[in-house]
Design a binder for this molecule. Sequence first.
Ligand code: SF4
Length: 234
Amino acid sequence: MTTAALDHDRLAELATRAGEELEGAPALEILGWAAEQFGRSWCVTSSMADAVLPHLASRAMPGVDIIFLDTGYHFAETIGTRDAVAATLPVTVRSITARQSVAEQDAAYGKDLFARDPDRCCALRKVAPLAEALEPYVAWASGLRRDESASRADVKVVSWDPKRAMVKINPIAAWTQDDVDAYIADNGVLVNPLLFDGYGSIGCAPCTRRLAPGESGRDGRWAGSSKTECGLHT
Ligand code: SF4
């Protein structure tokens, strides 16, 4: 077995054990564990729907890298939230772009690929850029929550990400929307203004709409299609 494979085995074991031992622990403790285990070799991903995770992570490790996937299709409010996070929190925001601009993608695949083949569009503008952005790290943290959708109901606070051979940290997996709202209110955390304008979840503008009556959470993402995830967490 190669040294890399041995390292992966050891990390996978560490992640599985931490997932059990840290279940029920406060989010800050889970992020503190990440800082202790991985030093600078972990990062946080944020869609800039709010700055809860960047805020928590900056308390666990000031200067922590925050990865933002700048797909070229974001709402202006999301870019503004990203810039405000970078300006006001002790974090290092890394904006990651796809290899092709939107114009180059239109030229190569035809205009508005998102409308014809959103999986391909997400693969080009989110999944591949994230894979490259994560290369320097051993572990990554995301703001996945179990109450967001059925596909996220079993998310662990720490787990092994076999697709990327990395430790995955989901410190607010067990939080509810009320927990998020309370943390925002108690800590004056930045929130994307679109959440006050009828949106329940923030993604790329062409694939995100306001919630309709009776809808909640991620219902406004890829509305009218069977797609529920962009492929970052699968
Ligand atoms: S969410 Fe829509 S616009 Fe954004 S990358 Fe995916 S398909 Fe493309």
